[in-house]
Structure formats: C-alpha cells, structure tokens
Design a protein around this ligand. Structure first.
Ligand SMILES: [Zn+2]
Length: 167
C-alpha cells in the first residue's frame, strides 16, 4: 500500500525511498516498508508529507519510529518534509510483507500467523524459527517487548520470540 505520486517530483520520490528504508528501532533488521508502517509520501501545499501508521496504540516504538524517519529525511536534505500519522486503515500484523516475515524468521523471531478468512488467528501452532518444528509451547505472554511472546521449541529446546498477531 505504498502510495507515491510519480512524475518529476524528485524530492517526493526520495522522501518515499528514505522513509521506507528506515529500520524498525525494536527489530533493526526490518524496514518500515517491511513492517507495513510506511504508508506513502504525498505533496500537500508544496510540502512533502510522509505518512506512517503506528503499530499498536501506545506502543513505545511509535515515537521512536517517527523520530527515526524525521532524522533520515533531514539527513537526506529534506528538512521541510513532515511526518504524519495515519490511523486509518489501522495497522495489523497482516501488513507485514513477505520480505519482512522472511527477515523476522532469519533473525530468530517467529513471524505472526496470518489471519484466516474467518478473521481468526491460529496462535496455538507457532513454528520454531530455528528448526521449523510446530511442537512448541508458550512460556510467557510477554517476550523481550510487549508485542512479542516468549515460546520454547519442544524439538530443539530453544526459547524464541513470537511476534504476536494484532489487528
Ligand atoms: Zn526448534
């Protein structure tokens, strides 16, 4: 859902590229585009506006993400660009791209299960990011951050973070 007005607007295109490539402060292997937080860049009344959608309401990473994007835009010479938060449509873990899910897995975090056509999540079957076994056990509802749960693989015995579903 990356909306960029194409054309001769180099600053706008650059703002979109720069913002999309900013790394998530909590999981610094995935970009805001991977996470589905980067929504687009538009020009309004002459000014470049980058739009982001926060993950969880009240997630402490939200302010850090906005700050990181502002810093990246400034560094790219786009001091006039502004960051705006868009709440609709709301972010869900289904917005994490395939590339993002692959990067989470490679980082040792089990990506969130995707919602089914019935709108339900199957959180009872989380695959181990290391060996792929589905014989896993939830140890704690909260892992290294509030948006992750701590699980353990019954096959390789290793604990791992699971990025919890959210919608
Ligand atoms: Zn395992």
């Amino acid at each position: 859902m990356v909306a960029v007005e194409l054309g001769q607007d180099d600053d706008l295109a650059r703002a979109a590229v720069v913002a999309a490539a900013v790394l998530d402060p909590e999981i610094p292997v995935i970009t805001l585009e991977d996470l589905g937080v980067f929504r687009g860049a538009v020009r309004r009344q002459g000014r470049v506006i980058v739009t982001l959608t926060p993950t969880y309401t009240g997630c402490p990473a939200t302010a850090a993400i906005q700050f990181a994007v502002e810093a990246a835009l400034l560094k790219a010479g786009l001091a006039d660009a502004r960051v705006e938060t868009v709440l609709s449509p709301p972010w869900t873990t289904d917005d994490i791209t395939e590339a993002g899910r692959a990067k989470l897995l490679a980082y040792g975090i089990a990506p969130p299960n995707q919602s089914t056509p019935h709108g339900l999540f199957a959180e009872d079957a989380v695959a181990c990011p290391r060996c792929g076994a589905t014989t896993t056990t939830k140890l704690s509802e909260f892992g290294s951050t509030a948006c992750k749960a701590l699980w353990r693989c019954d096959a390789c015995r290793e604990p791992f973070d699971y990025f919890k579903c959210h919608r």
